[in-house]
Design a protein around this ligand. Structure first.
Ligand code: DAH
Length: 347
């Protein structure tokens, strides 16, 4: 025990009380710094004689070494503490479930469209795409729609605030039938010099628009148009092709198909196509799936072809309706709400 021991204890306590490396260095200055207590004690040696200086100097040096050892111990303790805190902060819980990347899927209507395209492609049909903003001529006039037909009215068709070259408002196409005319016209021009002209065989799926909204009608919906024109294509080919398509689409040979006389300006004769399932919840009920008919001579003329020579059939179906029947969905709006609880069932 000597008079420097309390100083050593005091330094040890000050170092232990320093919570951070920066504060530890401040505490160090109080004992070992330029005017620290041990440094001052060293300065006091000057007043002593040689023998006393030796003894006292040795004591002070010992004290200094002990203080430095305490300082070093505290430095290491603080560094280890910091490392522990950092490791704790960066800790991973390897037992947590991983974050999965969401897997999307095709929309049920897209799946239905692809299915329709694949079946008709297997029967030699081309698949064509066309504008959703149409002229009055392609949507109505070319399709033999009379000038005063209700389909042309504002209540039934959406118009765009832009006029075409004839001074008529453009429309959001109310059906895919304009694509019959666009495709057949281009085909006739492309093959003008080819004798005989290759047959026109095409389907045109896409979005269509009407002023209509309830559980079975949406202002935006889908249609798929079909057209087969040749020199010897008749109503019996329509019946064979479309019945075959429906049985493939619904994967059943038991499906009943009925052609019910109807009217469309662009076909003569015209028929609605109805189906009835042989089993399942809709068993035995007639359900309308498409309109169809022998293409009207005026429309063939608008294709740029001679109706005395080029004849055939057309049809227009609703893929949304087909998707509802195939998947057992009872409200059309579910397809367009974008609710993942509904859509993810089709992945
Ligand atoms: N365009 C008709 C509609 O939207 C459907 C239709 C009927 C298309 C007969 C045709 C057809 O090609 O021949 O209701």
């Amino acid at each position: 025990m000597n008079d420097l021991d309390p100083l050593i204890q005091e330094a040890g306590a000050a170092f232990d009380a320093a919570p951070t490396p920066a504060e530890l260095e401040n505490a160090k200055a109080r004992f070992l710094g330029k005017s620290g207590q041990l440094t001052e004690a060293m300065k006091g040696l000057a007043k002593l004689d040689v023998e006393q200086k030796k003894a006292r100097g040795a004591l002070i040096n010992q004290a200094k070494q002990r203080v430095e050892a305490l300082l070093q111990a505290r430095r290491e303790a603080l560094a280890a503490g910091e490392l522990q805190a950092q490791l704790r902060a960066e800790a991973l819980d390897v037992t947590l479930p991983g974050r999965k990347r969401g897997v999307g899927g095709l929309h049920p209507v897209s799946r239905t469209m692809e299915r329709i395209e694949a079946i008709f492609a297997s029967m030699g049909f081309d698949v064509a795409d066309g504008p959703e903003i149409e002229t009055d001529w392609y949507s109505f006039t070319a399709l033999n729609n009379p000038e005063n037909h209700p389909a042309r009215s504002m209540q039934d068709t959406f118009y765009v605030d832009v006029k075409d070259a004839e001074g008529r408002w453009l429309n959001l196409r109310p059906h895919t039938s304009p694509m019959q005319v666009r495709y057949a016209q281009a085909h006739a021009q492309r093959h003008a010099a080819v004798e005989p002209m290759p047959e026109v065989r095409v389907i045109a799926p896409g979005r269509t628009y009407r002023v209509d909204s309830d559980a079975t009608h949406s202002p935006m919906f889908h249609q798929c148009e079909g057209l087969w024109i040749g020199e010897n294509v008749s109503f019996k080919d329509l019946k064979a092709v479309f019945s075959d398509f429906l049985r493939q689409f619904f994967e059943t040979d038991e499906l009943q198909v009925r052609f019910r006389p109807s009217f469309f300006p662009f076909t003569e004769p015209s028929a609605e196509i109805d189906i009835a399932f042989a089993s399942g919840p809709l068993k035995g009920r007639w359900l309308e799936v498409a309109g169809s008919g022998q293409v009207h001579p005026n429309v063939v003329r608008n294709f740029g072809l001679d109706p005395e020579r080029h004849i055939g059939f057309a049809f227009g179906m609703g893929p949304d309706r087909l998707a509802m029947l195939r998947y057992g969905v009872n409200d059309l709006r579910l397809f367009f709400d974008g609710d993942l609880r509904f859509l993810s069932q089709f992945k």
